[in-house]
Design a protein around this ligand. Structure first.
Ligand code: NAP
Length: 465
């Protein structure tokens, strides 16, 4: 028997008053069926149809912004200021992906040979399943980058809404559904389901009518769905963007240690560090270690704590800290407040870190590891140990360290000099992804215009004379 989903407001330590119906398997089946009909009809292949949908959708979102903000803040405990930033990013994504989707249908220039011509173009992959993360209810949520990118590529989409912000998800879905209705477009273009467990999401990705999947979230969730997608009779592309440690390497010629460490501390603590690009490891030459530690501690002590997205995310954070505490001291800062993620720090040498497995994967929350190293060449072992990363940052760079910079690129989706990894621009030259375990396919980005290539496939048309 399916139940209802109730969300929680960590800031006031109270459950939210409205609960949301869990979708049935029959409902899921109906939505997949409708999505397949749309795909086969090719109606959604038409960029003019898509443009009218996206334009109308944008107006509806702007019109209902105040109500959306109220639900978003209530369910995520994120601030209104953060909502406004994410909201404008969501609108920007709709605009640029719609434009990009229209360009992508143009074929490459035809090639003529003695006996034939060849034309190559891109086709929509088919109905796409989307799973968003809890920490970006708009940018990576129900009408976030994956959904809009797939729709803009001409694919119908079925979103499995995130239960931790079920109301935000349902509200956004309602706006999309009303937009379709208003334009007299088929319901199968966009479908939305909610579940209080994994059953529906797993059924969705296993359904033979679904021809691709996009996921943003944890390593465990991403890998579990990736495996299901690969074990199908008709395996499908499944793009999982997962967590990352985002190492930051401070070199001895760092331009201004104090300023850089302060920026890092803000990136670790902002919104309780609930970012996939949060700096999770900071490496400092051993001569600068104590100074860097002092600066981090000063900042962590001064910054007020922030409520986490949900009690379950808070509990996961606390249990990861306890796991680490079995091996070394974890310094926590600030007074405990219900569901607030206290910033936390461990300090150790790189050599010790390499032997401590619990530190080798993401701690989702305002936590970082400060590591001292003897010389930059030692850092190659770090990358061999932690594997692929969404980002690798260098603070300071000189010709002597060029080989390390080159080496690090084998492990990174984005390389940064003298800046923090948080803040992912939705732009043509952005790559958001990286070698495993940061994503399941290092060739593709989940952000920026290039993200649409995940939802398109090439076809050649050969005409013989
Ligand atoms: P999550 O727990 O993995 O949830 C993501 C979605 O996947 C949810 O809808 C979830 O449903 C579903 N799911 C998880 N495990 C599943 C399974 N075994 N079978 C079927 N469905 C499953 O992720 P989260 O905690 O919401 O998000 C935080 C994580 O996302 C962090 O690790 C963060 O670094 C990462 N993230 C990555 C990016 C990126 O672009 N790389 C961006 C933002 C966040 P249920 O909730 O019902 O389990």
């Amino acid at each position: 028997m399916k139940g209802k989903i109730t969300t929680f407001h960590c800031r006031s330590n109270t459950p939210n008053p409205i609960s949301y119906e869990v979708s049935s398997l029959e409902d899921l089946d109906r939505k997949i069926c409708l999505a397949q009909e749309v795909y086969e009809s090719k109606l959604w292949d038409n960029p003019l149809v898509r443009r009218s949908f996206f334009e109308h959708l944008t107006l509806q979102l702007i019109d209902r912004q105040a109500d959306l903000m109220a639900i978003y803040c209530r369910e995520s405990s994120l601030t209104e200021e953060r909502f406004l930033r994410e909201f404008s990013r969501m609108l920007h994504q709709i605009k640029v992906y719609e434009r990009e989707g229209a360009l992508r249908i143009e074929p490459l220039a035809a090639q003529s040979f003695n006996d034939r011509t060849l034309i190559k173009r891109l086709l929509p992959l088919g109905p796409i399943a989307v799973f968003g993360a809890s920490n970006f209810p708009l940018a990576y949520g129900t009408l976030g980058g994956d959904t809009i990118g797939a729709l803009a590529s001409g694919c119908p989409v079925i979103v499995k809404g995130h239960p931790l912000h079920a109301g935000t998800s349902a509200f956004l879905a309602e706006i999309a559904e009303e937009t379709l209705k208003c334009l007299d477009l088929p319901r199968g273009i966009f479908g939305h389901v909610l579940d209080d467990g994994f059953e529906l999401g797993q059924k969705l990705i296993q359904d033979p009518r679904i021809l691709g999947g996009a996921f943003t979230g944890s390593l465990v969730g991403g890998m579990s769905l990736f495996q299901l997608a690969n074990q199908r009779k008709n395996p499908i592309p499944f793009f999982a963007e997962m967590g990352s440690l985002n190492p930051v390497i401070i070199l001895d010629n760092v331009p201004n240690l104090e300023e850089q460490v302060n920026c890092l501390a803000s990136a670790i603590t902002e919104d309780a560090g609930q970012f996939c690009t949060k700096p999770g490891i900071i490496l400092v030459p051993k001569e600068m270690f104590l100074k860097a530690q002092e600066l981090l501690v000063q900042h962590f002590t001064a910054i007020p704590s922030h409520p986490m997205l949900h009690p379950s995310i808070y509990e996961r954070y606390v249990s990861r800290l306890k796991e680490i505490e079995q091996h070394l001291t974890v310094n926590r800062f600030g007074e405990p407040i219900p569901w607030h993620g206290l910033s936390a720090l461990v300090s150790l040498s790189l050599a010790e870190f390499l032997n401590l497995e619990p530190l080798h994967h993401e701690v989702f929350g305002p936590f970082t590891c400060l590591l001292s190293y003897e010389e930059p060449s030692q850092l190659k072992d770090l990358f061999r140990c932690i594997g692929g990363q969404l980002t690798v940052s260098f603070m300071g760079l000189n010709p002597e360290n060029e080989p390390l910079w080159e080496f690090a690129q084998q492990y990174a989706g984005r390389m940064i000099v003298n800046g923090v990894p948080t803040g992912v621009l939705v732009e043509r030259n952005m790559h958001h992804g990286g070698p495993f375990p940061s994503s399941t396919d290092a060739r593709f980005s989940s952000v920026g215009e290039a993200s649409l290539f995940r939802f398109l496939r090439p076809i050649s048309v050969q005409k013989n004379y």
